[in-house]
Design a protein around this ligand. Sequence first.
Ligand SMILES: C[S@@+](CC[C@H](N)C(=O)[O-])C[C@H]1O[C@@H](n2cnc3c(N)ncnc32)[C@H](O)[C@@H]1O
Length: 254
Amino acid sequence: MNADVSWAAFDPIAYVDHNYRDLQAEDAEILSIIRDHFGDHFPRRAGRPVTGIDVGAGANLYPALAMLPWCDEITLFERSSANVRYLRSQVAAYDGNWDQFWRVLCKKEAYGALDMDPRARFRDVVGVQAGDLFDLVQHEGRWSMGTMFFVAESMTSSRAEFDRGVECFLRALAPGAPFAAAFMEHSKGYHAGEHFFPACDVGEEEVSASLERFTDDFTSVRLKSSAAVRDGYSGMIVAYGRRNSDSRIPLLGG
Ligand SMILES: C[S@@+](CC[C@H](N)C(=O)[O-])C[C@H]1O[C@@H](n2cnc3c(N)ncnc32)[C@H](O)[C@@H]1O
């Protein structure tokens, strides 16, 4: 179960070195999908304040970078104390490795035309919040856009907790809010430094089933660049869409 895992043992530097020191083809593909989704949703800056949340931000800044042009406030929500420290260390001036991710986003005008240095904007709008995503149900409908990358299936081996994680993420979003979520397909668990973390074995069917109650309008894509069989997982899935407006849905298991 998620609560039994030593999240403080997650090593953000080893994780960044392994995944995000250099831009991988998978992340470039994900970035191009989500920049088009968010850019098409917000043809221009909204007239009212936009708040974004990245759930289980870990040691990945690119979901927040993808929300940057539109948000007045972005919450990086994270449970591991080690990852919270890493995220806080990045707010004032994030490390140079993240520039290559920003450059992919800049192929869409909304990012390229930002009238500010992205580091300055990141510093102005990003806040790091320590917390447990299962508690997000207390903030139903609070955020106007959101991301959750490699979290619901990479924090537990339990299918019920996977479904509940997706539910808590989507419930935190307001009706109509655009979202993007990424999932490891058929993951057997992973290392972040010395420590091994559990995963829930899900494929496209389970991902779609977890999303369906909370969005009438979503697309799920299996990445082309992750088609090759890899150690510990078989591919990556990205789902993006908009939160529906049915707030009468009873809580799973509640
Ligand atoms: C595989 S990492 C993904 C990190 C990052 N989003 C990324 O795209 O690389 C899973 C993340 O979920 C976080 N996490 C696990 N359980 C959580 C919980 N109950 N609430 C919030 N975050 C959690 C972990 O600490 C870790 O940062």
